[in-house]
Design a protein around this ligand. Structure first.
Ligand code: ATP
Ligand code: MG
Length: 596
């Protein structure tokens, strides 16, 4: 016998967590070293004929194709695919489509797109690991017959009400069904009648025969097959009986030789049944040992966000948002359209880690990850979101009437190799309305009569006043240009100023639609404790502005990210942005001002 070789440390130096410790322990002990893999899912005999498994571990991401994926799924995807990547394993992409209702190919495609976009794939060791659980219906049926023959399952014909009443509750043991003592032969005959469509939907179920007095209610003879006449998107009308999720899931894992089956905490009480099913079938020689193990982690709860697919669907169906990919939605398509990148979501998943107890993650953590990943890459640009005209009253004297003076600025302050943006300054420029105050409040260093500021990348100017309309609203701000102060020219810093403002010239500025998004809900826990989340919808979650942006943005491609200097990060809308009709979405601010 040779001593087990120590587990190879993960390639990345990611922070450890309880799942990494479990996997490292299993690798050290060689728990799964003897497994074989036949190249496709299957029963014990199928895998026994295969090769030693080239994958050190197998994990899976098993969504039901009944909706769009959201930020909580992103956590699960990064976790399962990330662990497989880090430990020489394979992560299976599995559609959990055992429930015949609700599935849709629109969802299937969007889920595959989301996983790929996040940076993961299911091809490994020369094959695809994209599976659908409905392909295992044949095996699931055989497993059920085996359990019946071995005396571990029976057909129960009690009414639904009797079954519920006889299950007992937390302090009260259950009562055995009068059908519980039928012989395996009687049960088998009945189950085959169920399969052959001789009984009505809901008239009887197949139940595991475990213990009606178990302190864990999930072990009180749970149902494992029900009659349901429904056309399945994959198997059509082949079946009129379907397995229950709690029976199907462990079988899917075992057929796929999953080693670490990672799910959310609400399945903790199901683990004894998960183990029970797999052990019975392994005893019968149907499943290969060693068996998969289930581990539970806390699902993601994010403040100001709801992650129930049903509730997200309601927001779409009731037109509270403009579709699944509305940039305010926590769906992966929505986040993407908002400007989130795969790197930002991977960083988020890593930073929040995995724990065994439920908690709330602050929304600012997600925003921080986006800001951090965009800072180093997003091209800079100037944009004026709430424009008012500034007139340089001495321009004609100093510069000559009609003169346009070229200016330039780095595309990115830390990446000189990206080159410069070019634009001009002339007699009239757009500035932010709130950069002028007739009577400055304390600590205001921008434009007010008598004060000097720098027009960023341009000249120092001195404010002389403003004109207003009848209602007192400023229509034009006036200032004088101070000669010989152009940024980057010798002596330009001889005049000292406290304020620097951004601007775009009237001559070359482009008009653009800017969609200013804010949180969708005002309540940090919109649906906690059964609250009506629709009551806390933020009426100002979207404000559309017509901004003036610098000419370099004429070339912006859909999905390109920018830092609008002083304002934050914006993304050219993937759907509506086009040359000649620019549309930018607000992604995240420059600093954490959330809730402030
Ligand atoms: P819903 O109940 O809203 O339909 P779900 O959890 O049933 O969502 P599935 O399609 O079954 O959605 O989820 C696929 C995987 O994603 C599961 O393994 C599940 O544990 C994981 N998952 C779903 N929501 C979250 C979340 N908020 N945090 C972490 N993982 C999640
Ligand atoms: Mg589910």
């Amino acid at each position: 016998m040779t001593a087990p070789s120590p587990a190879k440390p993960p390639e990345t130096n990611k922070p450890s967590n309880f799942l990494r410790q479990v996997i490292e322990g299993d690798l050290t002990r060689g728990t799964y070293a003897s497994r074989r893999w036949a190249g496709s899912p299957g029963d014990a005999a199928h895998h026994a004929a295969g090769e030693p498994d080239p994958a050190k571990i197998r994990t899976r991401f098993p969504p039901e194709p009944n909706g769009y994926l959201h930020i909580g799924h992103a956590k699960s995807i990064c976790l399962n695919f990330g662990l497989a990547r880090d430990y020489g394993g394979v992560c299976h992409m599995r559609f959990d489509d055992t429930n015949p209702e609700k599935e849709d190919t629109e969802y299937v495609n969007s889920i595959l797109d989301a996983v790929r976009w996040l940076g993961f794939g299911w091809d490994a060791n020369g094959t695809s690991h994209l599976f659908q659980a409905s392909d295992y219906f044949g095996f699931m049926y055989r497993a059920a017959e085996y359990l019946i023959e071995a005396g571990h399952a029976y057909v129960d014909e009690q009414s639904a009400e009797d079954m519920r009443a006889n299950r007992g509750d937390f302090g009260k043991p259950g009562v055995n069904s009068p059908f519980r003592s039928r012989t395996p032969a009687e049960n088998l005959a009945r189950f085959r009648e169920m399969r052959d469509g001789l009984h009505a939907d809901g008239s009887m179920v197949l139940r595991a025969k475990i213990d009606m007095a178990s302190p864990n209610i999930n072990m009180r003879d749970p149902a494992i097959y029900r009659i349901r006449r429904a056309t399945h998107h994959n198997t059509g009308d082949t079946w009129c009986i379907y397995p229950m999720y709690t029976f199907a899931h462990p079988l899917e894992d075992a057929l796929e030789q999953i080693t670490h089956s990672i799910c959310t905490l609400e399945f903790e009480d199901q683990r004894p049944f998960y183990d029970w099913v797999l052990l019975r079938l392994a005893e019968g020689g149907l499943l290969a040992q060693p068996l998969p193990q289930q581990y539970e982690f806390a699902r993601l709860n994010l403040t100001y966000v709801i992650t129930s697919k049903r509730k997200l669907a309601a927001l779409v169906n009731e037109h509270k948002v403009n579709g699944w990919d509305d940039p305010r939605m926590p769906t992966i398509v929505g986040l993407r359209r908002r400007g989130y990148t795969p790197e930002s979501l991977q960083l988020f998943a890593e930073r929040i880690g995995v724990t065994k107890s439920d908690s709330w993650i602050d929304y600012s953590t997600l925003e921080g990850c986006l800001r951090e990943t965009l800072d180093g890459s997003a091209a800079r640009a100037m944009a004026v979101l709430d424009p008012v005209k500034l007139v340089l009253t001495n321009w004609d004297e100093v510069m000559g009437a009609g003169t346009l003076d070229p200016c330039s600025a780095p595309v990115h302050p830390h990446h000189p190799e990206l080159g410069n943006r070019q634009f001009v300054i002339g007699k009239e420029v757009w500035i932010e309305r709130n950069d002028f105050e007739e009577t400055p409040p304390q600590g205001f260093f921008r434009l007010f009569p008598g004060n000097k500021v720098r027009l960023k990348y341009g000249y120092i100017i001195e404010c002389t006043g403003a004109s207003k309309d009848a209602s007192g609203r400023v229509t034009e701000v006036h200032a004088k240009l101070i000669p010989d102060t152009k940024s980057g020219t010798p002596g330009s810093s001889s005049v000292k100023v406290k304020g620097v403002i951004t601007w775009v010239s009237v001559h070359d500025g482009l008009s653009a639609e800017v969609r200013m998004y804010d949180r969708l809900f005002l309540d940090p826990q919109p649906d906690a404790g059964g609250k009506d989340y629709l009551e806390s919808l933020n009426p100002d979650s979207l404000k559309i502005a017509t901004a003036i942006v610098e000419p370099s943005l004429a070339k912006a491609l859909p999905d390109a990210k920018f830092q609008f200097e002083r304002h934050g990060y914006f993304v050219a809308d993937r759907v509506d942005h086009a040359a000649g009709k620019p549309v930018f979405n607000f992604a995240v601010g420059l600093k954490d001002s959330f809730g402030k």
